[in-house]
Design a binder for this molecule. Structure first.
Ligand SMILES: Cc1cc2nc3c(=O)[nH]c(=O)nc-3n(C[C@H](O)[C@H](O)[C@H](O)COP(=O)(O)OP(=O)(O)OC[C@H]3O[C@@H](n4cnc5c(N)ncnc54)[C@H](O)[C@@H]3O)c2cc1C
Length: 395
């Protein structure tokens, strides 16, 4: 392996879609560590990077050809995000479009698909905001309090969302809100609905977006709805079935986030290995010490094992087979494998791990997120415990 380590992303991962990997690496090349560091300093959105990715068509790989996308399987989208992260970049600024678009595709009307999908595919419209999490209910999604009440040809929305990423850089938002009060439904998962909100019309007319100052430059916000009126035609699918629609999209989301973790793990392992080979202390490369070498080797083994679960999740998803178990396990295992790789990379760099110019501390902070969002590791374990192993529910 060591002779291939002349630059990041050289680990031999080219077996699946080598031409996509190559093209994505070329797009990412100008957006190096210095680019991402500068954005952090000014808390800015990576406009140029997102623009380049949009123009290349890679953000629209999952949109069917008839709507202007390339109609590729999830396996291809997974490779796109993996490569972005393996080059040291971060797809968090635009990845949501890939998976939230699926709700529109699976449950939207023909008219909604024709109106929005081609414009999303071309980049004319950005669908990057996903409003689910609320400050007082957190992971307990069915208890969310944002209400959308029908009033003639409109819905009136009131409530608050938190951690709605990219809201200031999106034209559309997929919003989950309660349309029937929880005490009037037989199951708490009923009575929630999904809306495609035109944020351009909503801002300043009942919707206020406030940025959250956070540990990573994720351009995340909180959103307040105060009698926001949206056309009834914003409803996706049937009223009251929104929770099911959102769940339908979760497997793609878990799988794609796992792909980003895989890319991070590759970057950490390659960066750590290169430094361990180059840095000479006590007259020899630090990588000659097993205390330095083994954590990197262990992270590599963990990553390669978890990668297989990810590829299986993609294959099942693309074959239309149930893939909840594999998608959840892939996200869980890769969030851990990449974090262990990040820890090894940080420790290998010693004090230089703290120097921003090495990008290790930035990637380390960015990667920590995946054990918490878009779903925390405990909630994945709860899913496996209950739905796969048949143990009692904890909530
Ligand atoms: C940078 C960032 C970006 C985000 N972007 C978005 C976005 O775009 N859209 C969006 O809707 N949300 C977004 N989120 C929110 C994210 O999905 C939530 O933070 C995450 O789902 C966890 O919810 P919570 O923070 O409310 O934690 P809580 O639900 O309050 O949980 C806190 C802790 O308790 C644990 N816990 C809770 N219940 C149980 C249980 N029954 N068993 C065991 N452990 C339990 C959890 O595992 C967690 O560790 C983002 C979050 C961050 C930090």
């Amino acid at each position: 392996m060591s002779e291939t380590l002349d630059m990041p992303t050289s680990l031999d991962f080219g077996e699946d879609y080598p031409e996509i990997r190559d093209a994505v690496r070329k797009i990412c090349a100008p957006f190096d560590g210095t680019y991402w560091q500068k954005l952090e300093k000014t808390d800015s959105y990576p406009d140029e990077f997102v623009e380049a990715l949009t123009k290349s068509g890679f953000l629209a790989v999952l949109i069917p050809e008839e709507f202007g996308g390339s109609g590729l399987p999830l396996r291809a989208a997974s490779v796109v995000l993996e490569e972005i992260h393996a080059t040291g970049g971060n797809a968090g600024a635009c990845h949501a479009q890939m998976y939230i678009m699926g709700t529109l595709l699976r449950h939207g009307s023909e008219a909604q698909m024709k109106q929005y999908l081609p414009a999303i595919a071309s980049g004319e419209l950005r669908l990057q905001a996903f409003g689910v999490t609320e400050p007082t209910t957190g992971s307990d999604t069915t208890k969310l309090k944002t209400r959308a009440e029908r009033d003639g040809d409109e819905y009136v929305v009131n409530g608050q969302k938190v951690w709605t990423s990219r809201a200031l850089y999106s034209d559309l938002m997929l919003l989950l809100a309660r349309t029937t009060p929880v005490d009037q439904v037989t199951s708490k998962t009923d009575g929630l609905s999904v809306f495609l909100v035109d944020m351009r019309a909503a801002r300043g007319n009942g919707m206020e977006i406030r940025p959250i100052d956070a540990m990573v430059n994720h351009n995340t916000t909180e959103i307040y709805f105060d009698n926001l009126r949206i056309p009834a035609s914003s409803l996706i699918g049937e009223e009251g079935r929104g929770f099911k629609y959102i769940l339908d999209g979760m497997n793609a989301e878990r799988t794609l986030v796992a792909s980003e973790c895989l890319g991070d793990a590759r970057w950490f392992i390659e960066t750590a290995t290169r430094y361990a080979n180059d840095r000479v202390v006590f007259g020899k490369p630090i990588g000659a010490n097993q205390g330095v070498q083994f954590p990197i080797a262990r992270a590599y083994a963990e990553m390669r094992a978890a990668e297989l679960v990810l590829r299986r999740a993609c294959a099942l998803f693309d074959a239309g087979q149930p893939c909840g178990e594999d998608a959840n396990m892939a996200k869980f295992l890769l969030s851990e494998a990449s974090w262990h790789a990040g820890e090894a990379c940080m420790q290998t760099h010693g004090g230089f791990g703290y120097a921003c110019e090495y990008n290790v501390e930035r990637k380390w902070r960015e990667n920590r997120l995946y054990q918490i969002a878009p779903i925390s590791s405990n909630l994945i374990l709860a899913y496996l415990g209950q739905h796969v192993l048949g143990m009692p529910r904890s909530y």
